[in-house]
Write a protein that binds this ligand. Structure first.
Ligand code: PRP
Length: 182
């Protein structure tokens, strides 16, 4: 399914097989780190959904799953990276071991906000796991405990990542043609 590159795609960065292998490796790291502790995975909607479900299937300890959604304020009077929680978690995280799961970390501003907000709710621990890390765009330093791939500064789609809400369902990650992502 959807293996044929689309017209919008410049090149495939990670194939379905590469992604599956790397996710299994990261899931094994998470299993070892949290063994003996019930773990809660928190997905940041929407992009992380594909990664979170693939990751969770390979974690060999019991996990709970919850989601939150954020909105960016993108008008001119707001500073860049100012976000708010648009959909909060269904349950509290007090005394729980929590792993925030992201599809991509760019500036780090979203995660800085989420880590500040969630740490005030009294978790036992609060870590970060991201599918992609575009470290060259980082504006604030964020502790990222688990990452699948570091990527160059290109516009990427697939495996949860979108362009105008499309392409999240691609089974691979691809670089988009520059003229298509404006
Ligand atoms: C992406 C990603 C992170 C954020 C990272 O979300 O899922 O939440 O951007 O960017 P930052 O490090 O510069 O703050 P996006 O706004 O694209 O929403 P989506 O997950 O619904 O696609």
């Amino acid at each position: 399914m959807n293996r044929d590159p689309l017209p919008a795609i410049e090149r495939i960065l990670f194939t379905e097989e590469q992604i599956a292998l790397r996710i299994q490796e990261v899931a094994a790291e998470i299993t070892e780190r949290y063994r003996g502790k019930p773990l809660k995975l928190i997905g940041v909607l929407k992009g992380s959904v594909f990664f979170l479900t693939a990751l969770a299937r390979h974690i060999q300890i019991p996990v709970k799953i919850d989601f939150l959604a954020i909105s960016s304020f993108s008008n001119r009077s707001s500073a860049p990276g100012v976000v708010r929680i648009a959909k909060d978690l269904d349950e509290g995280i007090e005394n729980e071991d929590v792993l925030l799961v992201e599809d991509i970390v760019d500036t780090g501003l979203t995660l800085r906000y989420l880590l500040q907000t969630l740490s005030s709710r009294g978790p036992n621990s609060l870590g970060v796991c991201t599918f992609l890390d575009r470290n060259s765009r980082r504006l604030v330093q964020i502790p990222v405990e688990f990452r699948c791939f570091e990527i160059p500064d290109h516009f990427v789609i697939g495996f949860g990542l979108d362009h105008n809400q499309l392409y999240r369902n691609l089974t691979y990650v691809a670089v988009m043609k520059p003229e298509k992502n404006t």
